[in-house]
Structures are given as C-alpha cells and as structure tokens.
Design a protein around this ligand. Structure first.
Ligand code: CA
Length: 219
C-alpha cells in the first residue's frame, strides 16, 4: 500500500514517515500542494495524509481539485489546533477524516487503518490463490490456513501480484511498489524477495517471465 504524505513541516513529516515505516506501507512525501496534486494525479496511491497549510497550493485546493476530477482516494486531513473552520472546510471539500495537530502517532495509525478498511473493503476484499490467502486490511497472509510471517516488502510484492492474476508485472512496476521516492532500489533485491516468497509459500506460486517480470496465474 502506497501512502502519499503531504506536509511542509520537516520535523512533523519526518516523524510521520518514521512512525509509518514499520507498518506495511510505502510512504512517499510531498512538501507542497502542487507536487502533491501532480503525484496523486499521475501515480497510484491507496491513501493521502494531507496538511492544509502548504506552499504552492493549499491543501483545500488540492482536495477540491482531486474530487473535481472524481479521484476517490481516501484523504486524511491534518489541521492546526482549534481551527474548526478548517476542519469543516476540509470535510466539505471531500476529506474522509481529519486529525488535529498535535496528535498521537498511534491515533494516526488507527485512523489510517479505519480509512483503509472502509475503502479496501469496498474495492478490494481478501485475495486468494490456491491455498494462499492475503488480507489487505489485517495485512496477514496465510498458507493452508496457517499464518505466514512475511517481511514488509514481501507482503507488498505478493499483494501486487495477487491483485492482478494472469497479468505479467514488469520489474519496473514492481520496483515502484517496493520503493518510495527516497529509497534507492537495491540491485537483485526484487529477485531475493521473490525467492523468499516462493520458499515461504510454494515455488510455483510466482512465475518468472524472462526479461520482463513476474506473474501469478489466474486461479
Ligand atoms: Ca503546514
């Protein structure tokens, strides 16, 4: 799951990024409204955390333009303390929820889970392939009914592959799922993750399409 964090305050943004790192999310961070709108329009994110006071286009305008373009992405708005007018304006502009600064990161995580549960349940129920099940909301994988512990990147990869059975996903596409903007892709890392997934689940789960990428067959 990719999350776009939109926050111009370096300390707060870094705090959120660090807090979300251990979860199964890839977090990309935009520091102004115009870059945020560009990223949300051209790339695929599962959720946005949007500060309202931003340089180069305020958060409300970003939100209005997103909704005007019928972009349904769940948006969690961050507002300043006691700014009731901001909260109302945010909800009116199409925010799904809001948090007032300063907030507890555990509350932020809970709000994110709640928003994802709502949107993912609508769009994306649990995925099954042969004896493998992946629950995107609980972020759990099981094989033959037994839970399987996956690393964050293994989970992200498996989710992407299972969500599009029968389709070959290119190496570039998969790298984009694995790495945020700031992260350097390690060479061979993709192969290593695929190798681990095959070992933890079963070898024929993921097929290699030489020179192109990988796929999971249609069930
Ligand atoms: Ca701000």
């Amino acid at each position: 799951m990719r999350i776009l964090l939109v926050e111009d305050d370096e300390a707060l943004g870094e705090g959120i990024r660090v807090a979300l790192k251990p979860e199964h999310y890839t977090v990309d961070w935009a520091r102004d409204g115009a870059s945020a709108l560009h990223a949300l329009t051209h790339e695929d994110f599962g959720l946005a955390i949007l500060d309202l006071g931003l340089p180069r286009m305020d958060g409300l305008e970003v939100l209005r333009r997103l909704r005007a373009a019928a972009n349904p992405i769940p948006v969690l708005v961050l507002t300043a303390r006691d700014a009731t007018a901001d909260r109302i304006a945010g909800l009116d502009a199409g925010a799904d929820d809001y948090l007032v600064k300063p907030f507890d990161v555990d509350e932020l995580k809970a709000r994110i889970r709640a928003l994802l549960r709502r949107s993912v349940n609508r769009a994306q129920p649990a995925l099954h392939y042969r004896d493998v099940s992946l629950d995107p909301v609980a972020q759990q994988v099981s094989y033959r009914g037994q839970p399987v512990a996956l690393q964050r990147k293994e989970f992200l990869l498996l989710h992407e592959l299972l969500a599009q059975p029968g389709r070959v996903l290119t190496r570039d596409r998969l790298q984009q799922v694995l790495y945020g903007w700031d992260e350097e892709a390690e060479s061979n890392a993709l192969e290593v993750h695929i190798h681990h997934l095959r070992k933890k689940l079963f070898p024929e789960l993921i097929r290699t399409v030489r020179g192109v990428g990988y796929l999971v067959d249609k069930a």
